[in-house]
Design a binder for this molecule. Structure first.
Ligand SMILES: [Zn+2]
Length: 141
């Protein structure tokens, strides 16, 4: 037996390590629909360099080991205020200080929303970008 993370004992059986280090976490997901326009700055010729619009679908994933004093991971209304409130019906180039690709938007959402570990950004039905922080679970829908 060896000590695992968080003081949990790890059993070594037949050269296979069984790690019981499963943290108990709360998870929430907020889905947003956002209408905005952007133009991309690219190092190749593309129609995306022209100002154009999308009806974005965004999934914001948050998690916490402990709930706040209100019993929440993050207030859904606060998520909407931080993201929808800043970029809905706006020109993304005017309100964000980076090249507003779907990938960069996903990273910005994770950096902006408290306890956010993942963001999925659809710019169309078939085109989705995600940013996932560290070893976040992949199977939470
Ligand atoms: Zn676009």
């Amino acid at each position: 037996m060896i000590n695992g993370c968080h003081g949990v004992t790890v059993l070594q059986l037949n050269n296979r390590i069984t790690d019981n280090c499963q943290l108990k976490m709360y998870y929430v997901r907020k889905t947003l629909e956002i209408s905005s326009c952007h133009q991309l700055y690219l190092d190749y010729e593309s129609k995306c360099e022209n100002l154009h619009g999308h009806n974005w679908k965004v999934n914001v994933y948050c998690r916490a080991e402990k709930l706040d004093s209100n019993g929440m991971v993050c207030d859904f209304t606060e998520i909407k205020r931080l993201i929808h409130g800043k970029i809905d019906h706006r020109n993304l180039n005017d309100v964000l200080d980076f090249n507003p690709t779907a990938e960069n938007l996903a990273k910005w959402i994770v950096d902006t929303v408290p306890n956010c570990y993942r963001a999925d950004v659809w710019e169309s039905r078939d085109n989705k970008a995600s940013y996932i922080k560290d070893d976040a679970p992949q199977n939470f829908d």
